[in-house]
Design a protein around this ligand. Structure first.
Ligand SMILES: [Zn+2]
Length: 285
């Protein structure tokens, strides 16, 4: 597992599963001739997208960013359509660190699309699901939480009842911005989904920015390269412009949930890459 120490925070990338989605959908209006130079695709034109939660150890607390693709949450047809070749191995990842799901104190949900929220609940019998992180407070924006429970005709395809009903007592919705621990903040951005949020951490000169799905991989560095999946693409571009400038100014690490090649990248003020943490490929990949 890859780790990165950023000030007081120690980040570890856990094994949350993988999807393979259409490259065109992931790069919106960008022609394939351009995006294929930045990110590899397979013969079905799909690109590999991890769904790997990031464990943050900070001031004695254990936090997660997003929850992975889950286990036994998808039908065979869904697995085929979403290119899910591997499901969550979160419990195994945690046990390598001497932890269990019960040790997780806080889960930061950037948004609640199935590929981020499936890992929040698990099937306990034919119909019933229960919460995976029984002791955790779950933070998500109020807008996202509202849409999760009352999806529209399009978003109903990604906001699933089995992912929210079992966790209602654990959810702490926030309006625009919330400081979770000193220096660790979640900020509502909208864009990818109406309730999408980014996560920022700063400890003196060290910082990281988790842009979630407004910059899902290193190949999405261009501010105009946003997803066809985005509900509000112009909002994504505006928020991306603002936050990337902030991150460049701070020399922040940009961390990724979906990137199959890089866990994190650090840029200078000109947006040039100055450091990187590559994803280690395992024998079973
Ligand atoms: Zn996503």
């Amino acid at each position: 597992m890859e780790t990165l120490q950023i000030g007081r925070a120690k980040l570890t990338w856990l094994s949350g599963g993988v999807t393979h989605l259409d490259g065109g959908s992931m790069f919106g209006v960008v022609p394939k001739a351009l995006w294929e130079k930045k990110y590899p695709h397979n013969d079905k034109n799909q690109i590999e997208l991890r769904t790997d939660p990031i464990l943050i150890e900070l001031d004695g607390w254990y936090l997660l960013i997003d929850s992975g693709i889950g286990l036994n949450k998808l039908s065979d047809k869904q697995k085929r359509n979403f290119g899910v070749l591997e499901e969550t191995k979160l419990e195994a990842s945690l046990s390598e660190l001497g932890l269990t799901v019960d040790d997780i104190d806080i889960v930061l949900m950037t948004h609640l699309h199935y590929d981020h929220a499936n890992g929040l609940t698990k099937l306990i019998n034919e119909e019933a699901h229960e919460s995976v992180f029984q002791n955790a407070k779950i933070y998500v924006s109020q807008v996202e939480w509202d849409e999760m429970r009352h999806p529209n005709i399009r978003s109903v395809n990604t906001y699933w009842e089995k992912n929210w009903k079992p966790i209602v007592d654990q959810v702490y919705p926030f309006k625009e911005k919330i400081e979770i621990l000193p220096g660790l903040t979640m900020i509502h951005t909208g864009g990818h989904s109406d309730g999408h949020a980014v996560i920022h951490f700063q400890d003196e000169a060290d910082s990281f920015l988790h842009m979630a799905d407004i910059m899902p991989t290193h190949a999405h560095q261009n501010k105009l390269w946003v997803l066809a999946y985005d509900d509000y693409p112009v909002q994504s571009v505006l928020q991306k412009e603002y936050w990337m400038e902030q991150g460049y100014k701070e020399n922040a690490w940009f961390t990724f949930y979906h990137d199959a090649y890089f866990r994190a990248i650090k840029f200078n003020e000109q947006g040039e890459k100055v450091d990187q943490l590559e994803r280690l490929r395992h024998a079973y990949d």
